[in-house]
Structures are given as C-alpha cells and as structure tokens.
Design a protein around this ligand. Structure first.
Ligand code: NAD
Length: 417
C-alpha cells in the first residue's frame, strides 16, 4: 500500500480543512497556478518530513501540480492531523503519518520516505536528512539537494557540514526573512498561546508567564502573552537578547529566580534541559509547563518523572504530575511543541510565506547546476518575490527606490553637505 494513516474515512473532513487553509494561502495559490502550467518539478520524487497539517497539505498539492511525486511523513510523533493525511492519501499522495506514534513508528515512516528514493528532501528538524546520512547512506546517491524548515534543523545541518558529514546541498529556508521574521515570531507567538489555551483553558490575564529564551520564536510568545494580560518574565543566556527583552519592557532574571514565581512556563530555545531538576523542585503548586521548541528535550521530563510519585491525564494534552514534595505540576502536550501537539500549528496566512519559500526553493534546487555541498541561504530574489506577492495579496503597495537613491545608497562619495 502506498500510504499508512490512522483512518482513511476521515478524508472528507480533512479535505474541508485543506480547502480552508488553501483559501488563506494566496502566495502559494499563485505559485500553484504557475506550477500547473509550467510543470517545473516534472518527474522529481520529493521526500518531505514535515508537520502533517492542513497547510502542509496545500504545499504538497502545489508540488504535485508542479509535477513532483511527493512522499510525506510527519516530523513529530504528535503533530499529524489524521483527517488531513487521510485526505492526502485518498487523493493519491504517498503519505505515512498518524498522530501519537511511538519512536519506532515515527522512524518507520521516515524510512518509508527514504525507500521511495527521493531526489529532493524537505525536512523540518533534520530527522530525514540525519537518517539518510547515518542509517541509509546507500540512498544518498539519488539525492540532488534539499531544504530545511526550522532553526533546530539548520543548527544540526551546519554541524554536519562543519564535521564534513553533509553529502548534498541544503537550503536553510528557516533563515530567510519571509520565513523567520513571520513564521517564527508571529506564527509561534500566536499558535503557542493557542496550544496552551486549548490544552488547559486557563485564564492568562494576571498570570506570571515565564518565557525561556528571547529568540525569534520566544519574542513572539512573550509579546502575545503580554497582550493577553500576563506578567511576562523572560530568561536568556545571550546578554544582547536579554537586554533587548528588558528594553521591550519585560522583566529579565535567571530561571532559578523565576521558577518559584511562574504560573506558566514556556521554553522556546532549541536547547536541552533548560527547565531542569533544580527548577522543577522550587516551582509553585499548580504551575504549568509547555515547550514550543523543536524537540521534547527542553523540559527535563525524566527529572519530572523522577520527582513525581504519580501522574494522571486530566484531558488531552494535559498531564498532572504529583510531586513527592506535595506540589502538582502540569505538563502540556507531553513536552512536545505545544502549538502543534495541542493546537493546529501556525495560522495558514503565515505558513503561506514559509511554504511559498519551500516550493520555490525546491524548483531552484532542481534547476541549479553544480550547487556545492553546503547549507545555502534562500536566494534573495525568492525572498523578495514571496514578500511582494504577499503584500500584493493584501492590497498593499510600497515605494520604489529612484535611480538617484539607488546610486546614493551604493556610493561612498557623498557625505556631509
Ligand atoms: N513551535 C514551532 O512551531 C516552531 C516554529 C519555528 C521554530 N521552532 C523551534 O523553536 C526553537 C527556537 O527557534 P528560534 O528561531 O527562536 O531560535 P533563535 O536562535 O532565534 O532563539 C533561541 C534563543 O534561545 C536562547 N537560549 C538558548 N539556550 C537557552 C537557555 N538555556 N536559557 C535561556 N535561553 C536560551 C538563545 O540565546 C536564543 O536567543 C528551535 O528549536 C526551533 O526549531 C518552533
């Protein structure tokens, strides 16, 4: 069988969601129209390891109308939408994904994508690329290039390249302005709050909300939490980012100082064990813990288990841990990215830009000759095009540089007058 999903009878429900997302993704819509006419991806097998959401389905279909054969698996054991993948499977996409996978099942799906010998990879977190480079090296020879969607994936890929392990060129879609400035900040900002609310339904106004990290994603989360009336504390390890948080009006302190104060904690660092045993020990009774970074290692869950004498599931995506010290702590979405585990991921409008970048980068990689093995930036023309189409879709016009201004901005001759 060319797919494995939880329940194919959910296809009609999924189809409605894909339609809804598609109506909110005008940039991808325009690319899809051109791809349908030009078929720039004709004959390519494209292996994608992405959060299998309604927006991803719109991307998959854009690539398919462009001529690609897409093979999809999820990029997280808890982020797949079963109705969406059922809709994709029912219309012929090779898809291996369902929600709530064991690690074994998760990597079985990743390996199914590799079995189809993709020529291009599209990854979110670099699990597909790292599996190819470690356990399936015989399949590397058919791969021409790839792209990476998220910060953690780009960090892993750059590390592979530094160690001489990377065997084909990859484009860091995450790092391009039309992705990172919007998806990471506004997408993660809104959808993290959405995930916390869907999992817990608590009131945010008046709560002490601790955001761990102040990078692109965390900034969005801190701003949105403040907008909901929370008292936001930021913790950081980077002095400049900490200063930025202060000047943006947040309280900044160490996490060990913030730990007994916080009602809600959200980690968004891409780092490991940022909330560790010593923090868990001093947290308030009833504090809630969520993560919106890529992997479920930011909160030290084994330490939480070790400090607890019991655990029960209160409702989907909300687990209560009874600590030996008498306190209860609540873990949201099993410590996996809360916006995807407990909600629907980023809004379609923002994924419109990220996935427009992905579609155009796939075309660019496929057409490129002699792209060297490296982690490449998205070409500026692609980024500018995506931003321009998005502005256009909003009915917004902007000014253009005059020839005199272009000359002035590239010259050193003119100074004080
Ligand atoms: N939830 C989502 O949908 C989503 C979307 C995009 C990215 N991400 C993921 O979110 C994570 C963050 O991405 P980003 O683009 O914001 O990265 P970033 O590099 O812009 O920011 C990360 C920040 O975390 C800080 N940090 C690292 N270790 C820390 C620690 N121990 N304590 C406090 N701060 C610490 C760094 O100094 C940095 O400022 C990554 O794992 C990324 O893949 C998630």
């Amino acid at each position: 069988m060319s797919y494995k999903v939880k329940d194919i009878s959910l296809a009609a429900e999924g189809e409605l969601l894909i339609d809804w997302a598609s109506d909110h993704m005008p940039v991808l819509g325009l690319i899809s129209k051109r791809f349908r006419e030009e078929k720039p991806l004709e004959g390519i097998r494209l292996g994608a390891c992405l959060h299998a959401t309604k927006e991803t389905a719109v991307l998959v279909r854009t690539l398919e109308v462009g001529g690609a054969e897409v093979i999809l698996c999820g990029s997280n054991p808890l982020s797949t939408h079963d109705n969406v993948v059922a809709a994709l499977a029912a219309t012929g996409t090779k898809v291996y994904a369902w929600r709530e996978q064991t690690m074994e099942e998760y990597y079985w799906c990743v390996n199914k994508v590799i079995d189809h010998t993709p020529a291009i990879t599209m990854d979110d977190g670099a699990d597909l690329v790292s599996t190819l480079h470690s356990k399936r090296t015989e399949n590397l020879k058919t791969v021409k290039g790839g792209s990476e969607e998220t910060t953690t994936g780009v960090i892993r890929l750059r590390s592979m390249h530094r160690n001489g392990a990377l065997k084909y060129p990859i484009v860091a879609v995450n790092d391009t302005p039309t992705k990172r400035m919007f998806d990471n900040r506004y997408g993660t900002g809104q959808s993290t709050i959405d995930g916390i609310l869907r999992a817990s339904s608590v009131m945010l106004a008046g709560k002490v909300f601790v955001v761990v990290g102040y990078g692109w994603c965390a900034r969005g989360v801190a701003q949105r939490a403040r907008g909901m009336g929370s008292h936001v504390i930021v913790t950081e390890v980077d002095p400049a980012k900490a200063l930025e948080a202060i000047m943006d009006g947040f309280q900044v302190m160490t996490l060990i100082e913030a730990a007994p104060k916080g009602d809600i904690f959200v980690t968004v660092t891409g780092d490991t064990k940022v909330i560790d045993e010593q923090h868990l020990r001093v947290m308030k009774d009833g504090a809630m813990l969520a993560n919106s970074g890529h992997f479920n290692v930011e909160i030290n869950i084994p330490a939480l288990e070790m400090l607890s004498k019991g655990k029960r599931r209160i409702r989907p995506d909300l687990d209560e841990y009874k600590l030996k010290n008498g306190h209860k702590l609540y873990l949201l979405g099993e410590g996996r990215l809360v916006n995807l585990a407990a909600a629907e991921g980023h809004p379609s409008e923002v994924m419109d830009m990220s996935f427009a970048d992905q579609a155009l980068v796939a075309e660019w990689v496929w057409k490129s000759k002699d792209l060297k093995i490296d982690v490449h930036d998205v070409p500026k023309e692609i980024d500018d095009l995506v931003a321009s189409i998005k502005l256009n879709s909003m009915g917004v016009k902007i000014d253009k540089l005059t020839d005199e201004q272009k000359k002035y901005l590239t010259s050193w001759r003119e100074g004080t007058v």
